[in-house]
Each structure stands twice: as structure tokens, then as C-alpha cells.
Design a protein around this ligand. Structure first.
Ligand SMILES: Cc1cc2nc3c(=O)[nH]c(=O)nc-3n(C[C@H](O)[C@H](O)[C@H](O)COP(=O)(O)OP(=O)(O)OC[C@H]3O[C@@H](n4cnc5c(N)ncnc54)[C@H](O)[C@@H]3O)c2cc1C
Length: 507
């Protein structure tokens, strides 16, 4: 029997995968008996911040990861499809429907028992009774202390921050406009099965035009590949937490230069709820609070979450000086989140500052932004590529705790940990897909990155094995990486299936 601690994104996927191979699973979830600082419900796989699973195309590493998960029978992907809301080229969900679908599927599975209980220490384990620890960034204190003992006191803390959500009916629609960046939307003709790209989309990283400003124009640098202009700005290197790689059907709040300056001045002088020294603390670069980014330079936000690139204000026919994007957060469209606006400003101050954004003057906030703790182990010191703890192979770590970053990445790690824990019980060989796949590249990163400078990672093409003969164009390169990944995943799947068959016939 497999025991899984934590019914979040990783634990839920792991339970589904293991049970799908016929292994009985007990899934321990401490909510609602013991809440966390950010979860609001007792549902399994609750999304605690953004409702987005980010890009959903094969020219995007997280799009590839999702496609691989679909092919591996992911429950998280199936529930996400079933609760999808419009978000352009991204996959965003109605968070309540999503979590309910997962909760229903796991509760109804005959091989899965959900136990509502806080686990305070990693239980005894063995080859026929392994344990998966998937307790996430907000692992309870008692279990954290026990994990610290197991991994040699080397588990680390840093801080993340979440974005505010506004009530849709309080947004002034006469000031905002609905548009995807570059008019890019899932409604375009992209067909993942043929790896074709829709017509007319400019390459990422190109210079924007027509901002009407004498200052440098923010570039679209969602891949974080180009260098900032000298002395001018420092922008996040990783795709920001909750930012959909610059794609989606958003409500856009355009700002003129004067409006931007006023907003900027209010932001950098607003009072913070808690004082964290972000230069000293370990803070995920892609999730920096807006006020921290703002303190790095007057234009930093215009190159980050407020970049106007690819957006045309229909009232002026021009790109605005800056823009704030609002993404639909519920299927009914009654809540919108401020994309990339994670913050730790005091709530009263947040309302005052954010109401300076055109269209949000009368906004009612359903949830304010806040800062939270994040807990993870130093993967390369602790884990093997199979997500097993090297020093105790009957224990697996999955999800954010294992040192990946993001909903999709957490679920992906749970998927492979669940399959491997089930294989251990059945006495079959354990493996991970090759590093040429997105899901295998995550496993490789977590177990092989430099432990001295280890940071949780989103999936990027950069952590996948490079192509031996790479096309010159960036887009063609990404699509070639995806094509190879999907072919090699298929080969891995065939290999696994035949191993199980020979194991059964040899038994
Ligand atoms: C505030 C916040 C905002 C975030 N924003 C984003 C975002 O916008 N986009 C994104 O992609 N990622 C975001 N993340 C990261 C996100 O948490 C992870 O991507 C994902 O939820 C991690 O999945 P997980 O399964 O590892 O953990 P979770 O989904 O957190 O699941 C862990 C589960 O374990 C349970 N648990 C904890 N301790 C115990 C115990 N001792 N016994 C039993 N159960 C226990 C918890 O109650 C929880 O249900 C955010 C994280 C936080 C905390």
C-alpha cells in the first residue's frame, strides 16, 4: 500500500497515477482540520493564487509539459480541461470547479482512501510500503521539523507573494479594453498535433513600436533571454508567478505616462505589511512583489508586469505607455486577478494605490495580495531522478517541496513519483522519462542542478537536453524540441509497458 502525505497538486496526481496501476493508496490531507495560511477550502488540489496553468502551446515549455502529462493520463490535466475558462493561449480554470472535480474523482476511486489528518512525522516505510511526501510550500511545522531531520537540516525557506483579485462589476469598462497580447488566442488556428504556428505572430523578444515615448520601449522578454539596457532596468529572469507568458484574453488597463508616474510614486512610498529584506532573503525571482520590482528602477515595471508590448488601445490606436492586465478568475467571469501584481503592501494601502490604475478607481477587492512562506528541499543533495530520497529510497518527495516551482510542475513531479512508487511496490524497475522530455528534464534538474546555488525551477526549454542540430529560428527550435520530446515520451511509454509485461510473464 502507498501512503501519500498532502492532497495538493502533486499528491492528488500521484494518488491517481498509482491507483490507476492497481495499487491501493491512502492520501492524507490535513485540511480542513488544520488549515494553512492561504488555502480557503477543504478541497483537494486547491489553487492558492493564480487560476492559470500558463501557456498551452508547443512553442512554450509549460505547454509541452502539459501535453506530455495529457499523454500520461494526468488527472490534473483532465480536470483543468473540464473547468477551463477563456485565457487566450493559456490554460486557465475555474478554480472551484477544478478542485471539486479532483476531489470527486479521488474520493470516488475504489483504491483511494482520503484521510483528513495532519501527519506530523514521515511514517515507517519499506519497498512494499513506500511514502510520498507532497505537503507543498506550506508544510506544517511538525512535519517540516521531521523532514529537516531526514534531509540533514538542509531544508530551506524563502518567500513568495500573491496577487490581488477584484470584483468584475466594479471595473470601469469604459477605460479598459479586452485583448490578447499580439492578438494571440487559443481561438487561432494553432493545431498542436501538426506543430504548426498561427500566422502573423511576431517572434518573442522583438522590439515594440509606436509607444509614443522617448524612453526605452519595454520588450517582450517572457523567456528572460535578452539583456537589460545598461543601467536602466532589472527585470525578473524567470516567468513571473501567475503571469501567463504574455498571452491571453485579458482586460487591459492602459496608463499614460502621467498616470504611470503617479502610480509609481504611490507604490514606492506605500507601507508594507511585513518587512522582508529581499536582497538577503531567498526569494523566487519570478514572484517578486511589484513594490520590490519598482524599487529596482522607475521603468522596471514597464518591462515586467506592466509591459504594454503587443497591446493596442482601441481608443488611441496606439500602444499605451504601460498596461495592467486583468485575467478572468472564475468561469462566471465575476472575479479578475491583477496579473503579476503579487504584493506585500498593507491592505488599506493596496486599495489606495491600486485604485490609481485607470479602470480600477472604484474596484472592490475580493482578495488582497500577500506574502507567504515557501518550503523546499535542496533537490540535488536529497533526491534521485526517480523522485526518491537517496538516503531512504522508500520515501519520495513530490511537488513544490521537492524543489520544482508552479502548479503544473508540481503535478508533473507527482505524476512520475506516483508511477515510480507503484512500480516499487510491484517490484518493477523505476525510471523517469528522458531529459529530452519536459517532464524528464524537471526530474533531471531537481536531482542534478548545482546544489550550492539551488533554486526551485519552472520548466523551461533551457533545462532540456539541447538539440544536436538546432534550427536557426527560435520558434523552429522550440517546436523541434517539442516534437522530439513527444516522440521520446512515446518510446519511454512503450519501454515501460513492455517491462511491466515481461515482469508479469516472468513472475
Ligand atoms: C501563496 C502561494 C501562491 C502561489 N501562487 C502560484 C501561482 O500563482 N502559480 C503557480 O503555478 N504556483 C503558485 N504557487 C506555488 C504552488 O503552491 C505550487 O505550485 C503548488 O500548489 C504546489 O503543489 P503541491 O502539491 O506541492 O502543494 P499544495 O498544492 O500546497 O498541496 C500540499 C497539501 O499538503 C497539505 N499538507 C501540508 N502539510 C501537511 C501535513 N503535515 N499533513 C497532511 N497534509 C499536509 C496542505 O494542506 C496541502 O493541501 C503558490 C504557492 C503559494 C503558497
Amino acid at each position: 500500500m502507498l501512503r501519500i502525505i498532502g492532497g495538493g497538486l502533486a499528491g492528488s496526481e500521484a494518488a491517481w497515477q498509482a491507483a490507476s496501476t492497481g495499487v491501493p493508496v491512502t492520501l492524507f490531507e490535513m485540511r480542513p482540520l488544520r488549515p494553512t495560511a492561504v488555502h480557503k477550502t477543504d478541497r483537494l488540489a486547491e489553487l492558492v493564487c493564480s487560476n492559470s496553468f500558463r501557456g498551452d502551446k508547443l512553442d512554450n515549455a509549460v505547454g509541452l509539459l502539459k501535453e506530455e502529462m495529457r499523454r500520461l493520463g494526468s488527472l490534473i490535466m483532465r480536470a483543468a480541461e473540464a473547468s477551463r475558462v477563456p485565457a487566450g493561449a493559456a490554460l486557465a480554470v475555474d478554480r472551484e470547479r477544478f478542485a471539486q472535480a479532483i476531489t470527486d474523482a479521488l474520493s470516488a476511486h475504489p483504491l483511494i482512501t482520503v484521510v483528513r489528518e495532519e501527519v506530523t512525522a514521515i511514517p515507517e516505510s519499506g519497498e512494499r510500503a513506500p511514502v510520498i511526501v507532497a505537503t507543498g510550500p506550506l508544510t506544517s511545522d511538525a512535519l517540516s521539523a521531521d523532514i529537516a531531520q531526514l534531509v540533514g537540516g538542509k531544508h530551506l525557506y524563502f518567500y513568495d507573494a500573491i496577487s490581488p483579485i477584484v470584483l468584475a462589476e466594479t471595473i470601469d469598462r469604459s477605460k479598459v479594453f479586452r485583448a490578447s497580447r499580439w492578438n494571440r488566442s487559443l481561438r487561432s488556428s494553432f493545431d498542436p498535433s501538426t506543430l504548426r504556428e498561427p500566422q502573423g505572430r511576431p517572434e518573442q523578444g522583438r522590439e515594440a513600436t509606436g509607444s509614443g515615448s522617448s524612453r526605452a520601449t519595454p520588450r517582450d522578454d517572457t523567456l528572460g533571454t535578452s539583456e537589460p539596457a545598461r543601467g536602466e532596468l532589472v527585470e525578473p529572469r524567470a516567468p513571473a508567478c501567475g503571469v501567463d507568458d504574455g498571452e491571453g484574453d485579458y482586460l487591459n488597463c492602459p496608463l499614460t505616462r502621467d498616470e504611470y508616474e503617479r502610480f509609481y510614486d504611490a507604490l514606492v512610498t506605500a507601507e508594507s505589511a511585513t518587512v522582508h529584506d529581499f536582497d538577503k532573503e531567498r526569494f523566487f525571482e519570478g514572484c517578486l512583489p511589484i513594490e520590490v520590482m519598482a524599487h529596482r528602477g522607475r521603468d522596471t515595471l514597464r518591462f515586467g508586469p506592466m509591459k504594454p508590448v503587443g497591446l493596442t488601445d482601441p481608443r488611441t490606436g496606439r500602444e499605451p505607455y504601460a498596461a495592467v492586465q486583468l485575467r478572468q478568475d472564475t468561469l462566471a467571469g465575476d472575479h479578475f486577478s491583477l496579473v503579476g501584481f503579487q504584493t506585500q503592501i498593507k491592505w488599506g494601502e493596496q486599495a489606495r494605490v491600486l485604485r490609481l490604475i485607470p479602470g480600477l478607481e472604484q474596484a472592490e477587492f475580493v482578495r488582497f495580495g500577500m506574502v507567504h512562506r515557501n518550503t523546499y528541499v535542496n533537490g540535488p543533495r536529497v533526491l534521485a531522478e526517480t523522485w526518491q530520497v537517496r538516503a531512504r529510497p522508500s520515501v519520495f518527495f513530490a511537488g513544490q517541496m521537492s524543489g520544482v516551482e508552479g502548479y503544473v510542475e508540481s503535478a508533473a513531479s507527482g505524476l512520475i513519483a506516483g508511477l515510480n512508487a507503484a512500480a516499487l511496490i510491484r517490484g518493477e524497475p523505476l525510471s523517469s522519462p528522458p531529459r529530452t522530455t519536459a517532464i524528464g528534464a524537471l526530474a533531471y534538474y531537481v536531482s542534478h542542478a548545482d546544489p550550492a546555488h539551488y533554486e526551485p525551477s519552472n520548466i523551461t526549454f533551457g533545462i532540456m537536453e539541447p538539440l544536436t542540430r538546432a534550427p536557426r529560428s527560435k520558434m523552429a527550435r522550440k517546436l523541434a524540441l517539442s516534437e522530439r520530446a513527444l516522440a521520446e515520451l512515446q518510446t519511454w511509454l512503450h519501454g515501460r509497458a513492455s517491462q511491466s509485461v515481461s515482469q508479469v510473464s516472468g513472475a
